[in-house]
Design a protein around this ligand. Sequence first.
Ligand code: MTE
Ligand code: MO
Length: 377
Amino acid sequence: SWDYVKKEKSEDMIHVLQFPYNGETPRDRLVETEITPNKDHFVRNHGGIPEIDPQEYTLDISGLVKNPQRLTLADLQNEALFPRQSSTVTLQCSGTRRMEQISVYPGDGDELINAPWSEGAIGNARWTGVSLKKVIKHCGGLVDGADHLEFYGADTYFKKGQAYNYVVSVPWRKVKANEVLLAWDMNGEPLPKIHGFPLRTVVFGYIGARSCKWLYQIKGIRGPSQAPVQKKEYLYYTPQVGKQNAMYSNGFSIQDMPVSSAIMSPVDMAQIVHDGKVRLKGWAYSGGGHWPIRVEVSADGGSVWYEVPPENMSTKYFHGWRLWEIEMPVDAEGWLEFCVRCWDNALNTQPTFVRSAWNWDLHVTSSCHRVKIYSMN
Ligand code: MTE
Ligand code: MO
């Protein structure tokens, strides 16, 4: 996979893991543009990068569908069969901001699987393809009783000495809402190899894990997938649960991403000379079809909040992030704690501290993001 990292990604990607390759967007560029350039978009892999010949490629649709089909890329791209859809969608790994949990608790998670992400395992792209709903309709719909769709990725990953395919599922209602795209195009370019060439799913508002790369098979199934990635990973536990007493059955399978935000500039531990105002920049995002309506920042750890002026927030999309910036009044000198919280259109906001939303498996760190700043004015 290193060849593809060199070919397809920026030189200054933050290499979070070498193999499987996991890379985070360079910090200074994450919030520069509303659309994340392909070469800067974060990469999260569980295994290697499969080589797929687009001429030979077929997508197999089987299981509990009425008329199983095998479609080529040309079939999927035939506009007489399927209307084309483009959507601006933020992909966020549920491990984003994991370092904040790791910094107060080293974690019991599987280090290889749980990459030590900071705030950059998130990106926003314009994806083009066909709605999976139309493809399932083309297959005559689902057989009675089928209520989930299972996605098979062509890559292999190893966990505890065993080899697995990457397999995940989403409920049919998600597909029916036209919120699952089979995409072959990312920001007007063919899907890069490292992002799932030739075809991947893009599941709007869900954790990145359900957006299956190198997709070669879709199956209609009853209930969620029993595959290990779906059943044993991406679980959310209560604070009373740790590695010793965790059972997969008492974890909640994470689908929708909660509301979250981050300060990307200034960076943690920065020293800033200013004349009473400090410029802050960052991102805000909410999954599950929600979107940020308000971003607030504080210079005193969350006692007094200032609203980011709405005109300083980027375009609103149903399934996309919003970048924001603000000149915040800062009188105090010395070490200060800056923090941010976002409100979404369902008026959800973020937990106050990392410890207010603990999960031993280190997924979904969505508490108010905090950075320490040395202020001089
Ligand atoms: N699909 C396959 N086949 N294999 C993978 O390892 N990783 C998933 C998802 N799809 C993965 C996959 C995870 S956990 C995330 S967060 C997203 O891909 C990341 O997508 P990206 O690498 O295009 O940013
Ligand atoms: Mo992920």
